[in-house]
Design a protein around this ligand. Structure first.
Ligand SMILES: NC(=O)c1ccc[n+]([C@@H]2O[C@H](COP(=O)([O-])OP(=O)(O)OC[C@H]3O[C@@H](n4cnc5c(N)ncnc54)[C@H](OP(=O)(O)O)[C@@H]3O)[C@@H](O)[C@H]2O)c1
Length: 246
């Protein structure tokens, strides 16, 4: 498969790209730090990626970088089968309430600009004519409004809504949209937070997500236990949500 990954330099994106390299997929990396991209590309080549792993600058906070980045990926790979977006920002609710600039960056990156990036990737994937895949990392935080992740969750809820709609509209035309809802996963993004029970590892998430991409599964919780945790949380009445702290 010819795969583009935005966010492969760290965390779950890195783990997923490594799984893909190990089975011989052709990869092209997008990200904002050229040195990190070059290091990640070399790592993926050693792990068995098909051919040279190319890269291009792409900053989720700067939509003018999206078209040149996707153009470079398409040229290098000779077409696109899969586009993966794991890039995203996290900050605590307290930090977001106190810092207007941080709030704007997080909401813009995690919702508006992720949607803009997907809208540019979508026609290219549809034009590929095969079993194209768009795989995007949202969050369980978008499933139910909760006090500690109110703003982050609002952006992810909007993203999940958009990705669900993409599946409804374009599955029949050959584009499979894979909406990934990670629970708490031990990456740099959440370093410093106390892991809850059922916290996952990036490698475990990567295996689950790769299976979902191959099968064209429209929505996947990772680790899988979060499907049932969120089912329970979604069923809690408003009066309980007002009282509890999570
Ligand atoms: N970890 C969790 O518990 C958890 C839970 C639910 C959902 N998620 C979601 O899952 C996804 C992956 O999370 P993770 O934990 O793997 O995160 P991570 O370890 O922090 O990795 C995030 C990746 O996104 C890239 N990135 C950040 N800002 C960017 C920007 N402006 N432009 C381009 N790339 C940018 C980072 O690149 P740099 O090296 O340039 O920073 C890095 O490669 C995110 O969308 C996150 O919201 C995570």
């Amino acid at each position: 498969m010819k795969v583009v990954v935005l966010g492969a330099t760290k965390g779950m994106g890195r783990a997923l790209a490594r799984c893909m390299a190990e089975r011989g997929d052709a990869l092209f990396l997008l990200g904002r730090d050229r040195d990190d991209l070059a290091r990640s590309a070399a790592d993926l080549e050693i792990r068995g990626a098909h051919g040279a792993v190319g890269s291009a600058p792409c900053d989720l906070l700067d939509p003018t970088t999206f078209t040149p980045a996707l153009d470079a990926a398409e040229r290098a790979l000779g077409g696109l089968d899969v586009v993966v977006v794991t890039a995203g920002l996290f900050a605590t609710q307290d930090a977001l309430e106190q810092d207007a600039a941080l709030r704007e960056r997080l909401l813009t990156a995690n919702f508006t600009n992720t949607v803009l990036f997907c809208e540019l990737a979508r026609p290219r994937l549809l034009a590929s004519g095969g079993a194209a895949r768009l795989c995007v990392f949202s969050s369980v935080a978008g499933d139910r409004a909760r006090k500690p992740v109110l703003l982050y969750g609002a952006a992810k809820a909007g993203l999940s809504y958009y990705l669900t709609g993409l599946d409804h509209k374009f599955a029949g035309a050959g584009l499979r949209t894979i909406l990934v809802k990670p629970g708490f996963v031990k990456t740099g993004m959440v370093a410093g937070l106390t892991p809850p029970p059922f916290a996952g590892e990036p490698e475990q998430v990567a295996r689950t997500v790769l299976r979902a991409i191959d099968r064209g599964t429209p929505m996947v919780y990772a680790p899988g236990a979060w499907r049932w945790i969120m089912l329970a949380i979604r069923s809690l009445p408003r009066a309980v949500m007002r009282r509890i702290g999570f």
